[in-house]
Structure formats: structure tokens, C-alpha cells
Design a protein around this ligand. Structure first.
Ligand SMILES: NC(=O)c1ccc[n+]([C@@H]2O[C@H](COP(=O)([O-])OP(=O)(O)OC[C@H]3O[C@@H](n4cnc5c(N)ncnc54)[C@H](OP(=O)(O)O)[C@@H]3O)[C@@H](O)[C@H]2O)c1
Length: 296
């Protein structure tokens, strides 16, 4: 089987490539935006790195030639001077969908986020919702996997959690009262492989979250406990943080914005977890945390 991945150098991509390269007979095209990203990819005879440009349909079509399924991972939460939601989340998805259609790829899988909606008042959720619609209305078999905060080596969530938990005294947004459902990136990779390797049917949306709901403040304390440390968790009022973020992001042309703060502090709630429907078992939160700490 041949699978193409976009954003292959993302934290999810690197994890997924590791899992895919252990499957006999699997051929993977790992699409990244620059040759310099090749070095970050797992080295395996099963994995062929290639450069793609979302503005150059020929490069995308070449990366998708003969592929059974494309897993579109490229996307951002934090905008910067070079990447915004319109380019990274919407236009890149549109380009991948068009290339997949041109190359008669049977199945496109897109990683979205819990809370995505094309009618959301939040610009990030709206961009992911718009991208979902492009995939689901593509005419190809389209699968959307909405995820919560991801925990695994190299994920932004894991780095921030470990930094906060080891700080002794942490101040977090709203005192960290919001509820999270952290998902292990190994579990996400297992789910993506299950979905990519079975016969695709029409359009489907899955919400896949971790096994345990936990307030962020408790997640910090739990992580500190596993490190044999104690941490005091204080509060940064969300309104003050948003004012600071609005000013800072305007000056810098990106970074943490009020939009990002709303995403971070949203309660991650789903009506039904897709783990059993997809056919995976979820890693207990404690084991996920132990894994990310051992990777430090
Ligand atoms: N991490 C999480 O907690 C989380 C939660 C929910 C959903 N997701 C989604 O899961 C996917 C992977 O997330 P991640 O955290 O593993 O990503 P990541 O490590 O932050 O990597 C982001 C990827 O997007 C690419 N990218 C950035 N700007 C782009 C643009 N303008 N056009 C095309 N590609 C661009 C990057 O390529 P370059 O290296 O070339 O810039 C990189 O491959 C993303 O779609 C993300 O939205 C992540």
C-alpha cells in the first residue's frame, strides 16, 4: 500500500512515519516544504521524503502519484509573519484536495480539531471547519479526525506542560480550570493507520480524544508528581492575557493572540469518543505522561 503524508515533519508526522515504517509492504511519501526538513524525518527504506509546495500543483501531484490515501497533516494554531490560517489551514487543504482529485487518490484523511466549525466565531476553529468542508465535499472518500491537545515527543502541548510542571511556581490562563482530554500521538497514529488501511466509505467525521478528562491545573500537578516535584499553580486572568496577546501579536505579526487563548482555554468535550469505532485502545494518561517525560 502507498500512503502520502503532507506536513510530514510535524510532530504528528514524525510519529506517524515511525509507525508506518514498521508495517511490511508499506510505501510512504513524506511531503515537506523544504529539503532542510528531510533530516528531521525517520530514516527508513519505506519512507521517501519529497519537497512539496502548496502553490505548485505539479509538486503536489507528483507527491500523490499512485497513492492510495493521503493524510493531510499540515496546519497551524499559531500564526506568524509567513503563515496564517487562510494559507496554512484553508488554502493548503484546498491545494491537497485538488491534487488528490487530479491524481485519482481514493481517500483523503484530514487532521482537524475538537471545536472546528466553518461557522465558528473563532478564526482558528473556523479555518479548520472550512478545511473539513473542502475534504468532506471533495467527492473523494474523505475522513476528518478531530483531535484535542496532542501529547507526544515534540508536540507543543507536551513541551509546554513539562516546562510548566518543572517550574515550581506556574501561572497559567484562568488558573488552568479548563478541562482537557489529552490524546497520545501514538494512539492518533494507530487510528490514522487503521483508517488509511481499510476500505474508505464516503465522508466521515470522527472525534478522537484521550481516555481521561482532566483540568489543566491537575494535569500540571500530575506531571510534576511523576517528576518527583511539586508545583504551585496560580492564575493569569484570561482578560488581561488577551489584552497583552492582542498588543504583542500586532507588534510581532503573529504569536499568541486572543484567538489562540480562546482555543487553549476551551473545554475539550466530545459527545462520543471514536476510539472503539476506529478500533484502537487508548493509552492511559499516566502512561502517556511517563512516555513524554522519558523522552526529555
Ligand atoms: N499539536 C496539537 O495539539 C494539535 C491539536 C489539534 C490538531 N492538531 C493538528 O494536527 C496537525 C499536526 O499538528 P502538529 O502539532 O504535529 O504540527 P507542527 O509540529 O506544529 O507542524 C506544523 C506543520 O504544518 C506545516 N505548515 C506550517 N505553515 C504552513 C503553511 N503555510 N502551508 C503549509 N504547511 C504549513 C509545517 O511545515 P514547515 O515545517 O515547513 O513550516 C509543519 O509541517 C495540524 O494540522 C494541527 O492543526 C494539532
Amino acid at each position: 500500500m502507498k500512503i502520502s503524508i503532507t506536513g510530514a515533519n510535524s510532530s504528528v508526522g514524525i510519529n506517524l512515519l515511525g509507525h508506518l515504517s514498521e508495517i511490511e509492504g508499506m510505501e510512504v511519501i513524506a511531503g515537506v516544504r523544504s529539503k532542510s526538513a528531510f533530516a528531521s524525518l525517520p530514516q527508513s527504506p519505506a519512507v521517501t521524503p519529497t519537497t512539496i509546495s502548496y502553490d505548485d500543483s505539479a509538486s503536489l501531484e507528483q507527491a500523490l502519484a499512485g497513492t492510495d490515501c493521503v493524510i493531510h497533516l499540515a496546519g497551524i494554531l499559531i500564526e506568524n509573519k509567513h503563515s496564517n490560517y487562510a494559507s496554512a489551514n484553508v488554502a493548503a487543504t484546498a491545494a491537497v484536495v485538488e491534487a488528490a482529485k487530479a491524481m485519482s487518490v481514493k481517500h483523503i484523511i484530514f487532521i482537524s480539531v475538537v471545536g472546528a466549525s466553518a461557522s465558528s466565531s473563532n478564526a482558528y476553529f473556523r479555518s479548520k471547519g472550512a478545511a473539513e468542508e473542502l475534504v468532506l465535499n471533495s467527492g473523494l472518500a474523505g475522513t476528518v479526525v478531530r483531535t484535542p491537545i496532542l501529547m507526544g515527543p515534540g508536540t507543543a502541548g507536551a513541551s509546554s506542560l513539562i516546562g510548566t510542571a518543572s517550574s515550581g511556581q506556574a501561572k497559567v490562563l484562568g488558573g488552568g480550570d479548563y478541562s482537557m482530554r489529552p490524546l497520545d500521538t501514538d494512539d492518533l497514529s494507530s487510528a490514522l493507520i487503521k483508517l488509511a488501511t481499510k476500505e474508505a466509505e464516503g465522508s466521515q467525521v470522527f472525534e478522537l480524544v484521550g481516555p481521561e478528562a482532566i483540568a489543566y491545573k491537575d494535569l500540571i500537578k500530575k506531571t510534576a508528581g511523576l517528576m518527583g516535584k511539586e508545583v504551585e499553580v496560580g492564575s493569569v486572568p484570561v482578560l488581561f492575557a488577551k489584552i497583552g496577546a492582542a498588543i504583542g501579536s500586532t507588534i510581532k505579526g503573529g504569536g499568541i493572540t486572543p484567538t489562540v487563548i480562546d482555543v487553549i482555554t476551551m473545554n475539550e468535550v466530545v459527545s462520543q469518543n471514536a476510539d472503539s469505532q476506529i478500533g484502537i485502545s487508548l493509552t492511559p494518561l499516566q502512561d502517556t505522561l511517563t512516555k513524554i517525560l522519558n523522552n526529555e
